[in-house]
Structure formats: C-alpha cells, structure tokens
Design a protein around this ligand. Sequence first.
Ligand SMILES: NC(=O)c1ccc[n+]([C@@H]2O[C@H](COP(=O)([O-])OP(=O)(O)OC[C@H]3O[C@@H](n4cnc5c(N)ncnc54)[C@H](O)[C@@H]3O)[C@@H](O)[C@H]2O)c1
Length: 263
Amino acid sequence: MKPIKVAVYGALGRMGQTLVDALCREPDMQLVGAVDIEAAEKQLPLPDGSGTVPFSQNLDEIISAARPEVVVDFTTATAVMPAVRLAAERGVNLVIGTSGLTSDDIKEIDRLAQAKSVGVAVVPNFALGAVLMMHLAKIAGKYFDFAEIIELHHHLKADAPSGTALSTARAMAKAKGKPFSTPEGKASAGRGEQVEGISIHSVRLPGLLAHQEVMLGGAGQTLKIRHDTIGRECYMPGVMLAIRGVVNRKGLVYGLETLLGLE
Ligand SMILES: NC(=O)c1ccc[n+]([C@@H]2O[C@H](COP(=O)([O-])OP(=O)(O)OC[C@H]3O[C@@H](n4cnc5c(N)ncnc54)[C@H](O)[C@@H]3O)[C@@H](O)[C@H]2O)c1
C-alpha cells in the first residue's frame, strides 16, 4: 500500500515539530512538505537524517510542489480558515488541531468539505485517553446526580476553565438529558465555575501539563475518572488516526469519537 502523503502547516511550532518527528517513524505516512510563517529556508531537514522536504511560508506553494493528500494544521486560529479555503479549493484533505475555531468557522468548514468533496477532521483533543475519559464520564453521569471536575494545567495556559472541561460538563449533561444537581445553599466563588450543575475547579501550576479528573458522587460512594497528559507525543496516535480517517471519507468529521467508533 502506498504511504499517505502529508504536509505539516505550523511545522516549527511545538506540535508541528512533534508531528514532523512522528511522521518520519510512521510506515504508512510520508512527510512531503512543511509550512511555517517563520520558515527561513526552502528545505526542512528531516529529524531522522533521511533527507529534506520542501519548506515554505506559503501553503499554496507547498500544495503545488509536494502534492500532499492531507494537510495537518497546528498553527493559530487566524491562520486556519485561509488554509481550509485554499486546501478545499485544491482538493486536499485536512486535519485541524488548532484551537479557537468559532461555530461559524465549523459551519463554513462543513459546507466547503461537502462542496469540494474533501475530508476534513476538526479535532479539539487528539489524546485518545482524554477522548475516552469524556466518553466514560458521559456513561457514568447517567447513574449519578452529582459531579464535579478538577482540571489541572501548566501556568502558561491562556484559558480557564479549559475547553476540554467545559465540553466534558456540557456533554455529560446532554447525555443525562438534564443538568446535574448542586448541593443546596453552597454557592460561592470558592466552588469554581458552574456549568450544567457541575462545578469546574481550575488549577494552574508550573510543573503540570494537562490533567483532568471527573468526580461523580452518590449516597455512600464516589467514582473518579482521570486522565493525565505527560508528554506531547500522547497526541500523535490520534493525529495518525485522523489522517487515515480523512483520506477515506468526504465531509466534516468533528472530534475523534466517530473515528474511534464511540458514537
Ligand atoms: N487538538 C489538540 O489535541 C491540540 C493539542 C495541543 C495543541 N493544540 C493547538 O494546536 C495549536 C498549535 O499549538 P503549538 O503548541 O504547537 O503552538 P506553537 O505556537 O508552538 O506553534 C504554532 C506554529 O504555527 C506557526 N504559524 C502561525 N501562524 C501561521 C501562519 N499564518 N502560517 C503558517 N504558520 C503559522 C508559528 O510560526 C508556529 O511555529 C494551538 O492552537 C494549540 O492550542 C491542539
């Protein structure tokens, strides 16, 4: 079987570099080009020493020169939509990991993917363990009336609560069909952010990366579901799954759940 030709958009970033490295080790993938606004050379040396690939600040140039089947985006929110419009127009599939897309962006991506018959995966969290944590929390939440979330991240994280914690709380309430119960008369700033009856507590400390614990409580028992991200390489199996997924389907797929067969 021929390897899937992949270009990385945002190749000099923390995720981009981890992905370039991971692609070189994946037998069914071939890194054919790289793009970054900070690109200073025309070729990017491969970390395994096996050669170089075309490198540019311009995605259009790399699509023409390297003919990737999939572009993987780890840039910034403002760079995503121009890349989606260009890739869709050129018939190139996309995997988008960049955070900060609006619901209007998602609607436009969906429309473009269908109109241009390309596969696009928008994946807010590539960590398989985090996706499973949310899935298990949705199942468990049906059997408990009280739940709280403690999310712990490094001190440089821009947002609080984290997007994953907010999505978890909303997904748990949706699966349950109603908000969770809150202990009466206990509302105060110290109880954290309230989302669908779930208190979300945000810890920010140097030394942490990304961690989340969902705690469920009922009479005489608690259940804890916890995920810990220890290194950026945890995202790579999810990125590879999304790359393999978009070459085989047309239209938008949101999140890894569908590709993992969880819904
Ligand atoms: N979906 C997930 O599981 C997941 C996991 C980690 C990070 N992220 C998200 O991925 C994105 C990247 O994260 P990071 O830590 O690698 O950030 P980073 O700042 O280290 O890297 C971003 C890279 O994109 C490049 N860039 C910015 N604008 C560009 C443009 N217009 N054209 C080309 N290149 C451009 C920058 O030069 C930089 O090298 C963020 O939005 C982050 O939140 C998602």
